[in-house]
Write a protein that binds this ligand. Structure first.
Ligand SMILES: NC(=O)c1ccc[n+]([C@@H]2O[C@H](COP(=O)([O-])OP(=O)(O)OC[C@H]3O[C@@H](n4cnc5c(N)ncnc54)[C@H](O)[C@@H]3O)[C@@H](O)[C@H]2O)c1
Length: 439
């Protein structure tokens, strides 16, 4: 790869953050970004805000903040806008989500109350457990896409934005596979928009509208959405960066920490049983088997790729992987996950590992949203386009080319992300090879 540094446009002006789905994750992200900007809270969990990387060699090596190393937009430059199927302001929605304390929300009440959702593109067929009341109506899906574009362009003008990024934080839609003749080419997709084909999900309409306007798009849910050939083609044609799917938080984050470690020691695995209780609106949506199927596919893919049973048949050929999510309202956003891992060691002797993670879903997801917004904007200013594989670090189910397989090992993902940042700035990658290592 040739160097990029001189080609990166500087992050001048304001960056608009467009969010379909103003629920628990996005309101926690917005409130947190404002609290951090005001200096009231720390951006814990955000690599762009707190992470460092090593640059220089030998005696000149030093750790520098990522945000000082690459030209990122500042938190003070962000403007938030979004869509939801309910009319609540972002402040009201954050209160309903019950993630952040009343005291924290009071600090940002003025800013959050001013953000009112635009009417959503919604189809109950794709999210069975929600009944929205704040929904666009139009003769066709094509017209709905034009209405989304109007919202975006009005927002850009009103807030005097220089750039935009869209990130899907809406509910998980039902499981879908690519439909030939609808999702396969841009031409077919646009025809299907005009005939309002039932295979087109609302999330695809937002993604189409954004990328057709040249706006980067990231998909925080496991829905098929932008991972169809038609929208890969659009990203290519419009030269926009995109990525997905499904923020890597909670239990899958744990899996991508533990599984590579166990495998690195050549320990075998007979099974991994994961179950969760979750009581927020996301849990309610995932209580529908069709939406859960989308999540299940995303969660199951991780271990298969990390363990490579075909390459290590004695260790992983027959491992059994099970994931369930149970909707349990009393817990709200404070999910509890249990994992039982059956492993075996020297001579095949069995052992067990139990993990009990009492996590806060949106607290883990919010910094990921921030990082993705800032890195997608960086990618656009560096003239990168198409799927941003270097951001696989953030995804449970990283999008990948059909003839490739995704990388799930979080440590490999982090190395790749940091080396890409070094490449942006003409800094040699860290390989830990040769005499000039960074030890
Ligand atoms: N919280 C996490 O750790 C985590 C991790 C990975 C992925 N996710 C995914 O992120 C998404 C958001 O999670 P959440 O906890 O904020 O859920 P949430 O239910 O609190 O928020 C989702 C919001 O999207 C809205 N919505 C649904 N369909 C819409 C549409 N077509 N247009 C606009 N708005 C729409 C809902 O009304 C709701 O307000 C979910 O898909 C979830 O699966 C969350």
């Amino acid at each position: 790869m040739s160097s990029k540094n001189s080609d990166i446009k500087s992050p001048e002006g304001k960056l608009g953050v467009l969010i379909p789905g103003l629920g628990a994750v996005s309101t926690t992200f917005i409130a947190g970004s404002i609290l951090v900007k005001k200096g009231i809270r720390l951006p814990i969990g955000s690599l762009t805000q707190m992470g460092k990387l090593r640059v220089g060699r030998g005696e000149n090596a030093k750790e520098v903040f990522i945000k000082d190393f690459v030209p990122l937009a500042g938190l003070g430059d962000l403007e938030f806008g979004g869509w939801d199927i309910f009319e609540d302001t972002v402040y009201q929605s954050a209160k309903n989500a019950q993630v952040l304390s009343g005291d924290d929300l009071e600090e940002v009440k003025d800013e959050m109350s001013k953000i009112k959702p635009w009417k959503a593109v919604f189809n109950k067929h794709f999210v069975k457990n929600l009944d929205g009341t704040w929904i666009k109506e139009a003769p066709s899906y094509w017209d709905l896409a034009q209405m989304v574009k109007d919202d975006i362009l009005n927002f850009k003008e009103e807030k005097k934005l220089s750039r935009l990024v869209m990130i899907w934080c809406g509910s998980t839609e039902i499981y879908q596979e690519m439909i030939p003749g609808v999702h396969d080419t841009l031409e077919n997709f646009e025809k299907a928009l005009k005939s309002s084909h039932p295979g087109i999900a609302p999330s695809m309409i937002y993604a189409y509208a954004a990328m057709d306007l040249g706006i980067p798009y990231a998909n925080g849910a496991p829905n098929l959405c932008n991972d169809i050939p038609a929208l890969w083609e659009l990203a290519d044609k419009k030269r926009v960066p995109m990525g997905g799917k499904d923020f890597k938080t909670g239990q899958t984050f744990m899996k991508t920490l533990l599984a590579p470690g166990l495998k690195s020691r050549m320990l075998g695995m007979r099974g991994w049983y994961s179950t969760n209780i979750l009581g927020n609106r996301d849990g309610e949506v995932l209580d529908d088997p069709d939406s859960f199927k989308t999540k299940e596919v995303s969660k199951l893919s991780v271990l298969e790729q990390i363990l490579q049973p075909d390459d290590y048949p004695e260790l992983y050929r027959d491992f059994y992987h099970k994931v369930t999510i149970n909707y349990y309202p009393p817990r709200g956003d404070n999910k509890e996950g249990w994992d039982n891992i059956d492993i075996f060691g020297w001579l095949g002797y069995p052992m067990q590992i139990k993990v009990n993670f009492l996590c806060r879903d949106s607290i883990l997801a919010a910094p990921i949203v921030l990082d993705l917004v800032l890195f997608m904007d960086l990618a656009a200013r560096a003239s990168l386009s198409g799927n941003q594989e270097w951001l696989a670090f953030y995804w449970k189910s990283p999008m990948h080319a059909p003839n490739d397989h995704p990388e799930h090992d979080i440590f490999v993902q982090l190395m790749r992300l940091k080396n890409t940042l070094r490449w942006f700035m003409d800094e040699p990658p860290v390989t830990y090879l040769g005499s000039e290592t960074y030890n």
